[in-house]
Design a protein around this ligand. Structure first.
Ligand SMILES: [Zn+2]
Length: 274
């Protein structure tokens, strides 16, 4: 078989989304639906066994003759801005296949409504596969940061998603954990994703601890997470340590916690490490 042989792909459906242009796509995607063509309807049998699916799409507008790009969120003048296309999720690649995992909201006949999809309206879908927790979830996987979030709001949205992926529900203590991590990453670390972070968290507050694990991948077994008494979160990165004293939530509510000013949620300070 020649290595440059071409294969034929057929779309099995298409994306329906309010987002019509790639420039308008939020970083984490937008609510969308996949309309599967009637001739592939039988392939959806027992899809309801799965909460999440992989969606593979053909990004027909993308450039195919570039092998290195400056990914979204990376400033072109930074010395390590250029990345190989196989090291990033850019649509630019020899075979412009998009890959996204998303939560199924509802299946109605051949229409699958999903929580978020970063494919614009009309994108051809070439395959759907179930997301298997038992083999797709590599909890100890790690990435070095590719691009810094463009704004504190983008960072917050990404942190909510990561916390929610682990904890499985939004609740006020998850929102508080998001606000602490958002403050730490934005105000203390200038937007970077800390590598080698150690977290000390209150053992009585399970939701808060879950959210912190989801956002930082710390674990007791790896020695990166310790649980102690007291309403404080301590974040240690190499030779610096910061402590967040958690104030009682005035209103026990997710939206109120996400909207509250920092000083209504916690007192923070740099402390002596160790
Ligand atoms: Zn909770």
């Amino acid at each position: 078989m020649a290595h440059d042989e071409a294969w034929q792909l057929r779309a099995i459906g298409l994306v329906r989304s309010d987002v019509k242009e790639r420039k308008q796509m939020p970083p984490l995607g937008a609510p969308a639906a996949i309309e599967v063509y009637p001739e592939f309807a039988d392939g959806l049998l027992r899809l309801e066994k799965h909460s999440h699916i992989w969606v593979l799409a053909w990004l027909h507008g993308a450039e195919r003759d570039l092998l290195q790009v400056v990914p979204r969120g990376v400033r072109a003048e930074e010395p390590d801005a250029l990345h190989g296309v196989f090291a990033v999720r850019s649509p630019v690649r020899p075979n412009p296949i998009g890959l996204t995992v998303t939560r199924i909201v509802r299946v109605h006949d051949t229409r699958i409504e999903v929580a978020r999809l970063d494919f614009i309206d009309g994108t051809p879908v070439i395959d759907l596969k179930p997301y298997f927790v038992s083999r797709d979830l590599v909890f100890s996987a790690a990435n070095r940061q590719i691009g810094r979030p463009a704004s504190r709001e983008n960072l917050r949205e990404s942190l909510i998603e990561q916390a929610l992926n682990f904890h499985g529900e939004t609740c006020p203590d998850l929102a508080l954990a998001v606000r602490v991590m958002e403050h730490y990453r934005w105000e203390v670390l200038g937007g970077s994703d800390p590598e080698g972070l150690r977290v000390i968290a209150p053992w009585e507050r399970g939701c808060l601890v879950d959210a912190l694990i989801g956002m930082t991948r710390v674990s007791p077994g790896r020695g990166t997470l310790s649980l102690l008494a007291g309403d404080r979160v301590r974040l240690e990165l190499r030779d610096r340590a910061h402590e967040y004293l958690l104030l009682p939530l005035l209103v026990y509510d997710v939206a109120a916690t996400l909207a509250a000013p920092d000083e209504a949620l916690f007192d923070w300070r740099e402390v002596t490490p160790g």
